[in-house]
Ligand binder design. Structure first.
Ligand code: ISJ
Length: 86
């Protein structure tokens, strides 16, 4: 039982890694444009939009706070990555 659920978690994690890599590839392009146009790494308005979209998409409200925090972490790591690569 535990083993089977963990196998399902492994599958989901594989998809998450694939999607995160696609997200970082977009961030690479954003880094390039920001560098070219001298735009700051942080865009708080955009972050609020991302979080609003996430909140609207979450169906089970029991998960909402945790998923929102996860996305804030994703964006924080994204900014860290952008700063290291600009
Ligand atoms: C990727 C960007 O840079 C930062 C990181 C964001 C993200 O990871 O979604 C959003 C806004 C910015 O603070 C962006 O400006 O779109």
């Amino acid at each position: 039982m535990l083993k089977e659920i963990r196998e399902e978690v492994n599958q989901i994690d594989q998809e998450l890694v694939r999607l995160l890599e696609k997200r970082y590839a977009c961030v690479d392009e954003i880094v390039r444009i920001k560098k070219e146009q001298h735009i700051a790494t942080l865009d708080s308005t955009r972050e609020q939009e991302v979080l609003k979209q996430v909140a609207d998409l979450v169906e089970n409200k029991d998960y909402e706070i945790s998923i929102m925090r996860t996305f804030q972490d994703i964006m924080d790591r994204s900014k860290e990555y952008q700063k290291q690569n600009k």
